[in-house]
Ligand binder design. Structure first.
Ligand code: ATP
Ligand code: MG
Length: 389
């Protein structure tokens, strides 16, 4: 008899009329996430999603996968046993032993989906509670404010015992909140900003600007790797790899050096906007962080976002580097991000970049370029790469 996994839903429980829609999104995201791990039955009942393996599966891997799905606040592994009250009590003693020893008080709560079971929920709770009390005499019964609640579920084919949940990823199901283009470099920040906006239910379209041969094939591989890691949370994504060499060379040849980075960043935003419009995405996302570098002062960001028509989301704007690093480690992108390959931002960097630029000056500095043609050329030659787990 196989264990199963229960997923407790977060904010979507509050969504009233839209609840069904959110639940359906979440169920399909859960199914997609489980697909490589075997066959599972997934269904929703009373704001809980039930994940039942239909064959021998790696439960630890399934459990971990479920902690990475947005829209889930808690993940619980439930131990299965025969639908017999003595077997349930025995399972509870075995499975809850460690937790019972640590808790000062406990109670048992039973849910009976199978109404034909001969005992009532209260009778089951009393029986299992009694057995646990006998086995762990130092842990008192407290039905009002117990430290530990032991849950028993009587379902169609088996009974289940479970307790302490693992924290889920929180947020809202990806796909329930529109889509956005995320600018993904090979650095530490942008995978984290991508994760954060996906967490709010947004489907992400990653875009990477690639300056071959100034940046190498390895740098590109690194970004593909990062995007692939992010599919654990974001689901299927299409990575847009934009050829950026010609634009950078044009800037180098025709613009004043102190504006190189700003002009380059304005091109990134224009092309990202073009990709967003093409895909019906309604926002742009960057890993910018106030004051981190010359191009991330308030004045510089005013100049870069002036070329966008969509809102620019910068979820890391007020973070300290340490906080970003902690988040990157947690989501599993830090190792790849710190591999030592160059980014196109480090190509042709000005010796003395303008930190307090004025929009009119930047516009003047880029006036020698045929902006529209360059954007169109890059957009047309963008390589699309479908990524999944
Ligand atoms: P990161 O760690 O994300 O690279 P950073 O601190 O190095 O951030 P910048 O290089 O100035 O910052 O870039 C700021 C933001 O611009 C990045 O977070 C990312 O969203 C975007 N960006 C920079 N370079 C690229 C690139 N080559 N392709 C796509 N987006 C990029
Ligand atoms: Mg970078």
């Amino acid at each position: 008899m196989q264990d199963m996994i229960l997923l407790k839903l977060g904010e979507i429980v509050l969504k009233g009329l839209n609840k069904k829609y959110f639940e359906q999104k979440l169920i399909s995201n859960v199914k997609r996430r489980l697909k490589p791990l075997g066959s599972f039955k997934v269904y929703c009942f009373q704001s809980t999603i039930y994940v039942e393996p239909q064959e021998e599966v790696d439960m630890d891997a399934a459990l971990e996968a479920m902690t990475q799905v947005f829209g889930v606040v808690n993940v619980v592994r439930a131990a299965a046993c025969e639908k017999d009250v003595a077997a349930i009590a025995e399972k509870a003693i075995e499975y809850m032993g460690e937790a019972m020893r640590q808790a000062r008080s406990f109670k048992v709560e039973t849910r009976r989906a199978d109404k034909s079971f001969p005992l009532s929920s209260i009778q089951i709770s009393q029986y299992v509670g009694g057995a646990l009390s006998d086995a762990f005499p130092d842990t008192a019964v407290d039905v009002h404010e117990p430290e530990l609640t032991v849950h028993v579920e009587i379902r169609d084919f088996a009974a289940y015992v479970h307790s302490r949940p693992l924290p889920g990823a929180g947020g809202m199901p990806v796909g329930s909140n529109g889509s956005a283009v995320t600018l993904l470099s090979g650095g530490i920040d942008s995978p984290v900003s991508t994760y954060m906006i996906a967490k709010r239910g947004v489907r992400m379209i990653p875009v990477h600007f690639f300056s071959f041969p100034y940046t190498s094939e390895l740098a590109k591989e690194k970004v593909i790797d990062l995007a692939k890691t992010l599919t654990r949370y974001c689901g299927r994504m299409t990575l847009n790899i934009v050829p950026f060499t010609h634009i950078q060379e044009e800037i180098r040849d025709k613009c004043p050096e102190e504006y190189f980075t700003l002009i380059m960043r304005r091109f990134m935003m224009r092309i990202a906007q073009r990709i967003a419009d093409y895909n019906g995405a309604r926002a742009l996302v960057t890993g910018e962080n106030l004051g981190q570098v010359a191009s991330q002062t308030m004045e510089a960001m005013t100049c870069t976002e002036a070329v966008c028509t969509s809102v620019v989301l910068r979820p890391l704007i007020g973070f300290d580097k340490e906080e970003i690093v902690r988040a990157a480690r947690k989501i599993g992108t830090f190792e790849t991000s710190t591999l030592p390959y160059e980014d196109c931002c480090t190509v042709f960097t000005p010796r003395h970049p303008r930190t307090r630029p004025k929009l009119a000056e930047v516009e003047e500095a880029e006036s020698a370029l045929d902006i529209e043609a360059l954007v169109e050329e890059a957009f047309t030659h963008t390589e699309l790469m479908k990524l999944d787990l």
